[in-house]
Ligand binder design. Structure first.
Ligand SMILES: Nc1ncnc2c1ncn2[C@@H]1O[C@H](COP(=O)(O)OP(=O)(O)O)[C@@H](O)[C@H]1O
Ligand SMILES: NC(=O)c1ccc[n+]([C@@H]2O[C@H](COP(=O)(O)O)[C@@H](O)[C@H]2O)c1
Length: 197
């Protein structure tokens, strides 16, 4: 049995969930774990002096719980998939993929070291601000949150990531969904072929 962990990171609204779901549809025996599912309760997320909740940091996430879930997959990918309706299974293949997607997946060392491939979706400031403005989070973004917290934290976290991690494939998230999917799918196929040789 072979196991691969694919990381789909990137800026908020860069298209991580969209790409991950499409990839899961074409990769056999694949599952998705989303970092978004591990945010701490609002009551324990710190607030800065301007009243902005500090959501865009690792401290706002239960990374220990996320790591436990990934560990369960590593122990038995077949078993991990079965109870989950979102998982796609294909008979005969002994290759399993875990797609881990999220905005800070490469910033957390213990998680970053697990990836076989790392992709990072980037989009320009204006595109990001526009996409984010039509998305509703719980709690909702207060006025000024994007410019006051989200974008500056993205720049800060990205700098830290680039200082720490070097084998990331950067993707232009303004490309068409199909183009992004084909690019990543082909790259994964190349990785699999290189491992067979
Ligand atoms: N390649 C793309 N081109 C244009 N819009 C996209 C693309 N990928 C995703 N979107 C849109 O951008 C928004 C954010 O996508 P999503 O996948 O939820 O991002 P993320 O998971 O990175 O926050 C959604 O409205 C989605 O439909
Ligand atoms: N899911 C939540 O509980 C929650 C709450 C508030 C903000 N957020 C936002 O989620 C973003 C990260 O997720 P995306 O990459 O999917 O946009 C962060 O920029 C953060 O501000 C999420």
């Amino acid at each position: 049995m072979k196991r691969f962990i694919i990381g789909i990171g990137g800026v908020t609204n860069g298209g991580k969930s969209t790409l991950s779901r499409s990839l899961q549809g074409i990769l056999p025996n694949s599952c998705i774990i989303s970092q978004d599912s591990f945010f701490k309760d609002d009551s324990v997320v710190l607030t800065d002096s301007r009243g902005f909740k500090q959501y865009d940091t690792l401290d706002a996430l239960h990374m220990d719980r996320m790591m436990s879930e990934i560990c369960s997959w590593q122990q038995d990918p077949q078993d991990f998939m079965l109870p989950k309706a979102k998982c796609f299974t294909s008979e005969g293949t002994k290759v399993f993929f875990l797609i881990v997607e999220g905005f800070l997946i490469f910033n957390y060392g213990p998680l970053n070291m697990l990836f076989d491939k790392r992709y990072f979706l980037q989009i320009p400031y204006e595109t990001c601000k526009l996409r984010r403005s039509s998305r509703v989070y719980m709690p909702q973004d207060p006025i000024g949150y994007f410019d006051g917290h989200v974008w500056p934290m993205y720049l800060k976290n990205r700098k830290k990531m680039e200082d720490m991690v070097h084998d990331i494939v950067f993707l232009d998230g303004t490309q068409k969904r199909e183009v992004l999917l084909t690019t990543v799918y082909k790259d994964i196929q190349l990785m699999l072929e290189s491992l067979q040789n």
